[in-house]
Design a protein around this ligand. Structure first.
Ligand code: ADP
Ligand code: GLC
Length: 510
């Protein structure tokens, strides 16, 4: 049964587009990081602009349990796949966004993480799983007859979708393709034997295909074969063209020239809004910022720390991986201990060694540092609301959503000057404080001294100049971080991709 095109009349400067957004995770169906937030809120924002955007993800059990109006749309025959594959359709539980689910029980009917087993090891058949997903994405992009819908633009995200642009490349009837890199450190790299086992077309094993230093690279499929490639902030788009941040792909990204750009993520104001957030015991906005402290008390009790509105609470939420620089936070704990009124609250999961060192730090600094290991959406909201400042010492950060949530919640971000952190936080220099643009604290060197330099400046200002601190909080809360502007940039990017696609089509038929 086809899904109706129930979008509002176009309010966009561009023609109304049909857009298929493909991703390996999407909030609230399944989420490990910011990708899930982005691929749910961008299509919603595109629909607000009048486009018919739809989402496609694998049919994990968590997704099957939550999608509304779920129904089977088509049975698919996928080469080299033994299990039955179906395309299902429905809507997100909290939004009327149409979503397609790729149902292949042998591949996706597993509880836990989309990428790893319970012990944190990558699923051994990830190449097969995301090859199958990419194939089905390509079928839907070409217009499956039972759907009665065919996108003008296919928007792929990260390596798990990277082979879809490769499959579509030679199709005369293909849509324009945009590929977004949310994190270049994850490339979907596998050995030559995997390439053979997947029975991919032999022509793809070349520098102009998906071969990368004698390995199969899923992400290269997206970078090479999409009409437009982007990443999620302007600064990261520049950084990845250098050897330091390029993860070996800097040369290729430099070669893309004008085909590659940075588009800053937005945040979803329906979900991240301190004035309406159902998780908070005390909602507030910029006119009632004094109420924010009410959230601190619940946060302290949830994390078993002394309840004290006067304590200065530092928050952290995030994946516990090398990228996020949590080791720098651990290194400054002895210096932080000298400040008796400071508490540190952290929620995270990931690398087992990092998890263990955080648990050890909690034992060492009992009553001052509290850590909860695991994924807890409610705590993420409470930490954003109940903390005074938020730490994000990421070594690199393609965009980062948490610092934007912090700004929105009046929680001052303390961040390394890199990627999207540099693009979204304005350092509190004498100049920016004087002209009222300061929103946080940035440091240049990703090491403990760098972090300490910014943190100490923040602690000093909060203590010695509370009015200035309050002004920084309010300036952050007043930033426009919504998807509106970013959705328009994607719209422009889609228009460029369509232009490039038409030119290619015209050249082929000439
Ligand atoms: P990344 O995508 O690199 O993980 P982002 O800052 O873009 O970083 O997005 C992280 C998202 O995942 C945020 O919405 C954050 O609140 C959420 N998140 C990460 N770890 C946890 C956790 N342990 N519990 C709850 N939410 C988490
Ligand atoms: C990635 C990046 C993060 C970004 C998110 C959403 O996971 O690490 O910086 O915000 O994707 O684009």
């Amino acid at each position: 049964m086809p899904m109706e095109s129930d979008v509002s009349p176009a309010t966009s400067l561009h023609a109304r587009l049909d857009v298929l957004v493909a991703s390996s995770e999407a909030h609230p169906l399944i989420k490990t990081g910011g990708l899930a937030d982005v691929v749910a809120s961008l299509p919603a924002a595109l629909r607000d602009l009048g486009h018919d955007a739809r989402l496609i993800i694998p049919a994990y059990p968590q997704a099957l349990r939550q999608v509304r109006e779920l129904r089977r749309l088509a049975e698919l025959r996928v080469p080299n796949t033994v299990c039955q594959v179906h395309l299902l359709g429905g809507r997100l539980p909290d939004h009327d966004l149409p979503v397609y689910l790729v149902e292949a029980p042998d591949y996706f009917s597993r509880e836990g993480n989309p990428y790893t087993d319970v012990s944190g090891r990558d699923w051994g058949d990830n190449p097969e799983r995301f090859l199958l997903f990419s194939r089905v994405v390509a079928y839907v992009a070409l217009g499956l007859p039972p759907l009665d819908w065919r996108p003008d633009v296919l928007h792929c995200n990260d390596w798990q979708t990277g082979l879809a642009p490769a499959f579509l490349h030679d199709h005369d009837e293909r849509p324009a393709v945009v590929f977004t890199i949310h994190n270049l450190a994850y490339q979907g790299l596998f050995d030559r034997a995997t390439f053979d086992r997947l029975r991919l077309p032999a022509v793809l094993w070349s520098m102009a295909g998906v071969e990368f230093h004698q390995r199969l690279s899923f992400i290269k499929g997206g970078i090479i074969f999409a009409d437009r490639v982007n990443t999620v902030s302007p600064t990261y788009a520049e950084e990845v063209k250098t050897a330091r941040f390029g993860c070996g792909l800097d040369g290729l990204l430099r070669q893309l020239g004008g085909r590659f750009c940075g588009i800053l993520n937005g945040i979803d104001y329906r979900i991240w809004n301190p004035a309406t957030d159902p998780v908070l015991p005390q909602t507030y906005d910029h006119d009632s910022i004094h109420l924010k402290a009410g959230n601190k008390l619940l946060l302290q009790s949830r994390f078993d720390l002394p309840r004290n509105e006067g304590a200065f609470v530092l928050g952290y939420v995030g994946r516990l991986v090398e990228q996020k620089g949590v080791d720098m936070i651990l290194s400054i704990l002895p210096r932080l201990a000298a400040y008796p009124d400071v508490q540190l609250i952290m929620q995270g999961a990931g690398d087992r060694a990092i998890e263990q060192s955080l648990v050890a730090a909690m034992a060492e600094y009992r009553g001052r540092v509290s850590v909860q290991i695991g994924y807890d959406e409610g705590h993420a909201h409470l930490i954003e609301a109940g903390s005074d400042a938020f730490l994000m010492p990421s070594r690199f950060e393609p965009c980062g959503l948490n610092q934007m949530y912090s700004l929105r919640y009046g929680t001052v971000p303390i961040v390394h000057r890199t990627g999207g952190l540099a693009d979204t936080v304005v350092d509190s220099s004498p100049e920016s404080m004087a002209n009222g643009t300061a929103t946080g604290f940035l440091f240049n060197d990703p090491n403990p001294d760098g972090l300490w330099y910014a943190l100490e400046a923040a602690l000093r200002l909060a203590r010695e100049a509370p009015d200035q601190w309050r002004r920084i909080m309010l300036t952050g809360m007043n930033q426009n971080l919504s998807w509106q502007a970013s959705a328009r940039r994607y719209e422009a990017c889609y228009a460029e991709a369509l232009g490039a696609r038409h030119q290619q089509g015209a050249a082929a038929s000439a």
